[in-house]
Design a protein around this ligand. Structure first.
Ligand SMILES: [Zn+2]
Ligand SMILES: [Zn+2]
Length: 661
């Protein structure tokens, strides 16, 4: 996550909604001071506070003193920023480890555009002198703090003006948090040569197909063990490693001062399903002959004890579920867990069940993998949805997306009885992943209840999780450290606590404490043969949001508005006014009020009356000699906002509409 010290973030502050609040109490007297340009962000807070003291210099009525004190305390609370999300700043960790010696140009630099201190939107740049190699470009899906945001993508602004330096881009594997952002950053990365393993390439091409207006991309196929000479100084070698999807590549960048290893998402599995074991012999040979200067390793499992489960255990567990199921078996999982899908197919075949796939991404991935031979099944195993009634229920396995309870996703539709072909009956078994993406808890609970209502058996099964099974636990991570014996270690892919714990493990495996680098997105890590530092310069690292098809046009302001709307609703005041030559405004009729998501108007007639009175008062107390609607609207917004807060303790978004007649 990024530090937001210098800029307002939607989580840190929120009101006043626009511009500053100018406190005049409920009954402002005297002339109004016209405000200069509307300040934004933090400045607005400070200014509104300093204006808070100005009000006391104005005319006052001693009888209203108590009232005023009360109002002031309420006003202060109203203006106080709401802390929604406390971001962990890394000052302490950084101070210990930083040896800033200023920005230097040449040499080896590592910059991450995403994926540090967070799970998702992975993207790394390895720069040597004036040549850059990129690894991955993934998305991170929006959460409940980001209403209407589809996903966040890496911030590749560092490449601006450096496009010509980008020589090559490699993809580790086909998961969306590693390839999903490519269509959105294509125009920012210059014209590199692209490399990906066959399945990864097919999944990227499918992804690019969804965005037809992007420029065409040619991806070179690369296979484990191959080496690409990118330039005179840089060579890249890829090695096979295991994950929940086939064709996962560890990437080794050979630079003039040593090898940089990017592990990709990985786990160690000596008997993988649907994949060959990792090239451990080759890794050891490389370490023996060339050594590893810097290891960047997946931290996702750094807080989980032990080894990741062997696929053999997973198979046995799944087998038991199949053995005990008497009706239709519906498994909700992720379309990206190709190896798990293979296991489900294999076990279904063992029990004579036909398999039907449900969900757009599930069907897509299955088709791609079948075509390339990454999913193996007998010719008659897969049936279509339409054929589902041709077989007894206990001979059918449904593999569906929507294990997280997303609206419209496959499993939800089935649970709600909205699915065209799949109905839940008594004795059916529904299995879905036990870990829930934070924010989805209620949806998943609702989903479960729906399924129970239908009389079905519901099982939680961890091995259908997106993170279980695909990422190595502590022992796997230690094994990687022991194989690589890196001089410098930079944990990647994971929350801050995971990166720190991974760093502690590295220390246990003999990496010197001062050689463990806990970086942020945007940190420019400069590495020499025997020392490292963060450059004083930082690459831009704020979030880039993708909202529908718009990229980056959703700023913090829009997001903040959405948060206000979601929490406290909105309140529209429509005032028809007449403006006289003497500078007086007159309200023509009682103002119209519309509110949504705030209070039920019919039950709050008193409050509405008072609001109308206030509006009249505000409008008719304006003494400006030309119509200044912007100012009037500000007054309405701020004073009605304060009034409603005093009455309801809520802060709806106030939308004043002033119409001159
Ligand atoms: Zn992955
Ligand atoms: Zn990942």
């Amino acid at each position: 996550m990024i530090e937001q010290k210098d800029k307002p973030s939607p989580q840190m502050r929120r009101h006043p909604p626009q511009g500053s609040y100018r406190p005049h109490g409920n009954h402002p007297q005297g002339p109004h001071i016209r405000q200069p340009a509307i300040p934004t962000g933090r400045q607005a807070d400070q200014e509104s506070k300093s204006q808070g003291s100005q009000v006391q210099q104005g005319p006052r009525d001693p009888n209203k003193k108590d009232m005023r004190t009360l109002q002031r305390s309420q006003r202060d609370r109203w203006m106080k920023p709401v802390v929604r999300h406390v971001r962990v700043l890394r000052e302490t960790a950084r101070k210990e480890q930083t040896r800033e010696t200023g920005a230097e140009t040449g040499g080896l630099k590592i910059v991450h555009f995403g994926g540090l201190g967070e799970v998702g939107r992975n993207m790394s740049a390895i720069q040597y002198d004036n040549e850059i190699i990129l690894i991955d470009a993934g998305v991170r899906f929006g959460d409940e703090k980001m209403p209407g945001i589809d996903f966040i993508i890496p911030n590749a602004s560092y490449l601006e003006g450096r496009e010509h330096m980008v020589k090559a881009m490699f993809f580790t594997h086909g998961h969306m948090d590693h390839v999903g952002a490519l269509p959105f950053i294509l125009d920012k990365i210059g014209d590199p040569d692209f490399y990906a393993a066959p399945l990864t390439k097919a999944l990227i091409m499918k992804r690019l197909d969804e965005f037809k207006d992007r420029r065409p991309v040619d991806i070179n196929t690369i296979n484990p063990g191959e080496e690409i000479k990118v330039s005179d100084k840089l060579t890249v070698k890829v090695l096979r490693i295991n994950h929940s999807i086939p064709d996962d590549l560890e990437i080794i960048i050979k630079t003039p001062i040593g090898n940089v290893v990017h592990t990709s998402d990985y786990k160690f599995d000596d008997t993988p399903v649907n994949d060959k074991p990792a090239d451990i012999g080759e890794m050891e040979r490389m370490v023996r002959e060339e050594g590893v200067l810097l290891l960047m390793s997946d931290s996702t499992g750094a807080e989980v004890e032990g080894h990741s489960l062997s696929e053999q255990d997973v198979t046995e567990n799944l087998d038991k579920i199949f053995r005990e199921s008497t009706g239709m078996l519906i498994l909700g999982t992720f379309a990206s867990l190709i190896n798990r899908i293979q296991q489900i197919i294999t076990i279904s075949e063992k029990y004579g069940r036909k398999v039907v796939f449900n969900g757009y991404s599930m069907k897509n991935n299955v088709e791609i993998c079948k075509k390339l031979g990454y999913l193996k099944m007998a010719r008659d195993t897969q049936i279509s949805m339409e054929q589902i009634d041709d077989y007894p229920r206990d001979k059918i396995t449904v593999v569906t997306t929507g294990a997280q309870g997303e609206d419209n996703a496959g499993l939800m539709r089935i649970a709600n009885g909205e699915h065209k072909h799949v109905r839940i009956l008594k004795n059916d078994t529904i299995v879905f992943s036990s870990s829930v993406i934070p924010g989805n808890e209620k949806d998943v609970q609702f989903l479960k209840d729906q399924l129970y209502r239908n009389g079905a058996k519901v099982l939680n099964y961890k091995m259908l999780d997106i993170h279980a099974g695909g990422h190595g636990n502590k022992e796997d991570l230690r094994r990687m450290l022991r194989i690589m014996k890196p001089k410098f270690f930079l944990p990647i892919h994971g929350q801050y606590s995971m990166m720190i714990n991974h760093g502690i493990m590295a220390q246990g495996e003999g990496v010197l404490q001062e050689n463990i680098i806990i970086a942020d997105n945007g940190s420019i890590t400069h590495i020499e043969k025997d020392k490292w530092w963060f450059d004083r310069e930082k690459a831009q690292s704020d979030y880039v949001f993708v909202d529908g098809l718009g990229i980056g046009d959703i700023g913090n302001v829009v997001l903040r508005d959405r948060q206000i709307l979601a929490e406290d609703g909105m309140f529209v005041v429509i005032a028809l006014i007449q403006h006289s030559a003497q500078g007086a405004h007159k309200l023509i009729a009682s103002p119209d009020i519309i509110s949504r998501g705030f209070i039920y108007l019919k039950d709050n007639k008193d409050l509405l009356m008072q609001v109308r009175k206030n509006v009249k008062h505000i409008v008719e107390n304006q003494r400006v000699y030309e119509p200044n609607f912007a100012y009037l609207k500000d007054q309405l917004r701020n004073q009605i906002g304060l009034f409603l807060f005093q009455k309801t303790q809520r802060r709806p978004m106030i939308l004043p509409v002033v119409i001159e007649v």
